[in-house]
Design a protein around this ligand. Sequence first.
Ligand SMILES: *Cc1c(COP(=O)(O)O)cnc(C)c1O
Length: 394
Amino acid sequence: MTQTAEFPTPRLGEPYLLTPGPLTTAYEVKEAMLRDWGSWDGDFRAMTATICRRLLAMAGDEAGDYVCVPMQGSGSFSVEAMLGTLVPRDGKVLVLANGAYGLRAAETLRYLGRDHVVIDKGDYLPPRGDEVAAALAADPGITHVVAIHCETSSGILNPVEEIAEVVEAHGRKLLIDSMSAFGAVDLDVRRIRFEALVSSANKCIEGVPGFGFVIARRTEIAAAKGNSHSLALDLHAQWVYLEKTGQWRYTPPTHVVAAFLKALDLHEAEGGVAGRGARYRANRDTLVAGMRALGFETLLDDRWLSPIIVTFFNPADPAFDFARFYDLMKEDGFIIYPGKLTVVDSFRLGCIGRMDAAVMRRAADAAGRALTRMGVASAAPPALALEERARLAA
Ligand SMILES: *Cc1c(COP(=O)(O)O)cnc(C)c1O
């Protein structure tokens, strides 16, 4: 394998993760974990404060209207903490779903016993402003709307600006799951109105897994005392404790926090959200061009393709076998991701992580070699897949 100076192969024999978190991290990020920290110690408290300050700056909060509250666990823990804390027990939520993560938000609300309704667009159609407006006009009981920014199960980039405008016009509150987009796709409080967003350490900021964070309007979280169903996931209590002591309420993932701080340095050095987003878009464009040259087709029209992850249809050729494709890609240094569509078979390739366009070109080359080794003559998808896609475009 050839190496590029800036983005070397992770380690000899270590594959690139073409998966949307955990993802391939920089060596310096991993190296930052080679030290132990006392969670109550001033040095670690300063690290937590720095992280929160820098995340708020990333969200464009110049006015100090928002607070950043980190939460231990994977991203779903933070989603649950946000929903359980910011939605009052007598609230009602409209969930905009078009894939696994939207449905998971609805499932979380069901566990929490919060009243909710779902607009389910299926696998990959975007929820649009007019249908959200109609749903809100029809049901004055809806207090909150949950939107998924990038629905990682298909890779669709949902139109959150359009949705935010409608939610604001109807005087409701917007909670955004920007897990796989924040840090690479603009979500600026000066441009898009929302009450809270949630993301995590191991997506576009390229840290390692271990915590998530909620950026919430200060007045919202201040009013959320007593809402939470859960002791450990009470975001209000975590915030109050953090404000008072500078500490996380229970044991923080200290090494993960140290790694995240290094990841934030690299994010800034790359030019922040704009720079990171530009690299991911270049990754996507290189990958999609390379795969299309082999005959692969993307599920989505270019208009909805996120720079985060891309879904490709499995080739119709009977010689294609996903399990074998996976193994061959892994042998060539790339871990790929199975698809999550219900109608047709597919697989997904992530564009995020410490990788550049040269790596993506190699990934497409590896896919070409895998096809050859399987004896697949054409990567063209089955007619059914293309019919599905035409239906989507209609
Ligand atoms: C990754 C992700 C989550 C959280 O998933 P975890 O496996 O709990 O980290 C939530 N929403 C979206 C859109 C995601 O991409």
